[in-house]
Design a protein around this ligand. Structure first.
Ligand code: HEM
Length: 153
């Protein structure tokens, strides 16, 4: 499962790149009142695709790296241990919420009228990106939760 963890760690950067690009596109589009462009579409689509991939790898890690087994052993003990609580509950739950927002946002952008598309991009992708940023196990997080910025091969 080491290779999946490596992918999961790297894909975070693709998500942050395309998420930020989509939010910047939405903001500049809204401010300049320009029409929806192919870059707007590309950034939104890639943001969603990498979130899908990340969800898949995250679920594999959750079920195969012992997190699910410790959950089956009892939620009480998990909630008392900040590291177990982070990886089994907080990280997964918040990231799935962000993933839902990206999907709902993508379909709202698609259905919206031209003048509303950028607003939807900013709101849905912006909130999703904030949730993702606060739920990544950054190196400055508490001991045990913190992970390095790049995977170690
Ligand atoms: C946008 C979505 C996500 C991002 C950006 C993200 C990011 C990360 C990062 C950076 C790590 C640390 C990797 C390392 O050790 O180098 C990690 C670990 C982990 N993630 Fe995610 N993640 C996301 C979604 C998910 C989801 C949806 C789940 C499960 C439902 C999940 C489950 C896990 C688990 C279980 C670990 C710990 C793996 C282990 O060390 O055994 N992640 N995640």
């Amino acid at each position: 499962m080491q290779s999946i963890l490596v992918f999961h760690s790297i894909i975070r950067w693709a998500i942050l790149f395309f998420g930020l690009w989509a939010v910047i596109n939405g903001t500049t589009g809204l401010l300049n009142k320009r029409s929806f462009s192919s870059n707007d579409k590309k950034s939104s689509l890639f943001f969603m695709i990498f979130c899908d991939l990340q969800l898949l790898f995250g679920l594999i890690l959750f079920f195969s790296n012992g997190w699910f087994n410790s959950m089956k052993a009892g939620m009480g003990a998990i909630m008392k241990n900040p590291i177990d609580r982070f990886f089994t509950v907080e990280h997964g739950f918040t990231m799935i919420l962000a993933w839902i927002l990206v999907h709902v946002g993508y379909s709202k952008v698609k259905k919206a009228t031209d003048e509303n598309k950028h607003k939807k991009m900013v709101v849905f992708f912006g909130i999703a990106l904030i949730l993702i940023l606060i739920s990544i196990p950054w190196p400055f997080r508490a001991d045990g939760i913190q992970r390095s910025l790049f995977p170690k091969f």
